[in-house]
Design a protein. Structure first.
Lengths: 324, 324
């Protein structure tokens, strides 16, 4: 996956001619990533990742994403750093697609999340939020509360094929979440998609995992900082059997708060933010499930995984029950 | 694609503990390759490719493949070299699959084949044949003439769904090819799948392409050496519009023969070997097309591309018409 657009060698060489990163040594498609085409690129100047932005990405938003990554990297966050060409531009065209070269990050994403990953994750997320505080770009969260009604509408005709009665449940949850959605919480630049495959780890000198890099900022936006925590609680704290691992949640939240303590309103809002995050991933998965041709190349992720998470968070009464 | 089996970090670290190649630095799925799961692996000792052999590969055959690669590399061919662990073994188990680590090869495979690629290709193929001459392993070509009848049988019930009348054409071609198949030509170790995505190139000092590596030996076998040439004529010499590029064929064959001249019987047999190679790729594609669930993750390649090639080669009267 994640190679939707093939790049001819001539086009690649011409493209690299616009950069000062040396000559081409190797070029391989990367299997990871779903939205864009990614290539591992090695030149005499080092290792890079070349991304071709595919149709789901709005070209007008790329300067926000690339600018944010450059800003965060300049403040010491280990994230892909866009490489500027000789003309000073980081964004150009290749094979009919917007394209950019970023630095390569070392590390391995955890195929199985262990409790020891959670404190480093919390620290990395808080550092990301702190480093983004003075970034001037703004991007609304297209998949935030305002984006859910259109997604629901788009899923309505076929959603119940996935599970009878699903759409009625989602309509009810949607209304309840919107009614309880917090208004006045701290806002900043958030990653908004910080799943395990977007966080690389390497062992420190004692063999404990530390975060070596955070990747894939193409859902990043300007929204409630605590929503990023809610995404992580969804993405990192459920066991394969569906159980919520409170130990993992507490470890992440405690580490996060050593850098940015949550204010009481943020902590109190975590349960509904978690419900919103669960609904967001449920809806995009359901959209893909009902709109992707069955023979397409993309993996269709199970929407019902997030229905179970949504139900779990809907019965949570206090933030303490999910680690805050 | 080409990541069918996920490897947990713990399992990967334990696996690497059996080698003297240093500590884990990075680990990414590679999008290329269809049969197996491939990962780009970086350790403090260098860059490698980790392959997990999936269900199409017979474990009993892996020692032949790995032994051949080691043999060819020892004779100077740029191909993946299996890395032996501390116990001297190159083949072990990971995540429930047979697995091996090989060296990483620099270079880029040509997304668009140019005439300048063909002489280096011919030289690389002849060198592969020469380097394999004293390898003692033997593996029958499972997709050679003896393998076609079972494939035809397996495609019979649904093959005509791809094109009405297809199976009758293939039966006729199959009979004609078997009747004309040469018996007593030089035999050796052949790659048997030398498509452009299995040959890496880098520019030489003058900017001309040279072969920097040949990969994916998992169809390699002991068969007619000239059959490998026939595979390349199928895989490298047709233009996107379906036309056969005689200039490319001649360049490859001339370069090949500077190292291993074809004997007259081999040259004369090339047209039927090309028909056989076209039938082989047609049949495996047709098998995949008719046996792969429509929603599977693998790309189903068009079988009819090889019907057009088969028809082209069927009307060739002399080897000179295809470059020999």
């Amino acid at each position: 996956m994640a190679v939707y657009t093939e790049v001819s060698d001539e086009a690649l060489r011409a493209f690299l001619g616009d950069y000062d990163i040396g000559g081409l040594i190797a070029f391989r498609g990367i299997a990871e990533g779903v939205e864009n085409s990614n290539y591992a690129l090695r030149t005499t100047g080092g290792d890079f990742v070349l991304t071709l932005y595919e149709k789901r990405v709005d070209r007008a938003e790329l300067p926000y994403f690339l600018g944010l990554m450059e800003h965060l990297a300049a403040r010491g966050l280990a994230c892909p750093t866009p490489v500027r060409g000789r003309d000073g531009q980081a964004l150009r065209d290749l094979a009919g697609r917007p394209a950019a070269i970023c630095t390569f990050l070392e590390g391995v994403w955890p195929r199985r999340v262990r409790p020891e990953h959670m404190a480093p994750l919390g620290l990395a997320l808080a550092r990301l939020h702190a480093a983004g505080a003075d970034f001037v770009g703004r991007r609304p969260n297209a998949l935030g509360p305002a984006g859910w009604a259109p997604l629901l509408e788009a899923c309505r005709s076929r959603g119940d094929e996935v599970q009878p009665g699903l759409m009625a449940q989602l309509e009810a949850q949607h209304a309840a979440i919107l009614a309880a959605w917090p208004g006045a919480l701290p806002v900043g630049q958030i990653h908004a998609d910080l799943f395990p495959d977007n966080v690389f780890f390497l062992p420190d000198a004692e063999g404990r995992p530390r975060v070596s890099g955070v990747i894939d900022f193409y859902f990043a936006c300007t929204d409630l900082l605590a929503y990023d925590i809610a995404v992580c609680l969804n993405a990192w704290c459920f066991e394969p059997d569906g159980g919520f691992n409170l130990t993992k949640a507490r470890a992440m939240l405690a580490a996060y708060q050593t850098i940015r303590p949550l204010d009481p309103a943020e902590a109190a809002a975590l349960p509904v933010l978690c419900r919103g995050a669960a609904l967001r991933f449920l809806l995009t998965r359901l959209f893909d499930w009902t709109h992707t041709p069955a023979d397409a190349l993309v993996t269709r992720k199970d929407p019902l995984e997030y229905l179970r998470k949504l139900r779990f968070f809907a019965q949570v009464e206090t933030a303490g029950a999910i680690g805050a």
